[in-house]
Design a protein around this ligand. Structure first.
Ligand SMILES: [Zn+2]
Length: 217
């Protein structure tokens, strides 16, 4: 990360401008989950057409590098809040990293979202656990069943993903488009662990700021 950011004035959000690409972070004390999320892509369909452009679960130093690249319109960070509970050193360490991530975002606006608000938006209740958030996201992105399921990526058992069968390579009739998939990789394909939380951050921001034109500042 360069030193450019320190001397530059933080940029104020431009009202009315459309926010296409988000970088959403679920920050941790040592490593963080990040998702690049395109707000103009449909949430139902395949991984190729879907809004999740890439996802990471990387050491915080590397996350700083992604942020410093500034290849997004807005940085959305899940913010820690006091809930009257005793907290350990890792929580304070995470807070330090949230500060460093914010500082590294020298050109684009940063928005903090509280976990409570994410739970409320995604699951409709503040008592939701990580597993509830994951399941709610799967439902949102196409569910567990059907050809266009949220995760998908199941190869056709008849042709074993080839799209054809036999010596003469006749088109497989089981995967109707003969593309070799029983269900193509869905919008949430290969998302793991805390990346689900980062995705929840992006989905919440996009939903709260969407108007008839798209996601606006
Ligand atoms: Zn097949």
């Amino acid at each position: 990360m360069g030193t450019r950011g320190r001397s530059q004035r933080r940029v104020a959000p431009q009202r009315g401008r459309l926010i296409v690409r988000l970088l959403a972070i679920d920050p941790g004390s040592c490593r963080s989950a990040l998702v690049y999320y395109n707000t103009e892509k449909p949430v139902r369909g395949t991984f190729v057409t879907g809004p999740v452009e890439s996802r990471f679960l990387i050491p915080n130093d590397e996350a700083l590098g992604l942020i410093a690249d500034q290849k997004f319109d807005r940085l959305i960070i899940e913010m820690i809040e006091g809930r009257g509970m005793r907290v350990g050193a890792d929580v304070f360490r995470t807070c330090v990293w949230i500060g460093r991530f914010t500082e590294a975002c020298y050109e684009k606006p940063v928005v903090e979202i509280y976990r409570r608000d994410i739970k409320l938006h995604v699951c409709g209740k503040t008592t939701a656990k990580d597993a509830d958030i994951r399941q709610a996201l799967i439902d949102f992105f196409g569910g567990d069943e059907g050809k266009t399921r949220a995760i998908g990526g199941v190869r056709c058992p008849t042709c074993k993903g080839k799209g054809w069968t036999g010596r003469k390579h006749v088109y497989c009739t089981k995967c109707t488009l003969a593309d070799g998939w029983e269900s193509a990789p869905g919008p949430c394909y290969s998302i793991v662990k805390d990346q689900w939380q980062a995705l929840a951050v992006a989905v919440t921001y996009a939903a709260r700021n969407r108007n008839e034109k798209g996601v606006a500042a």
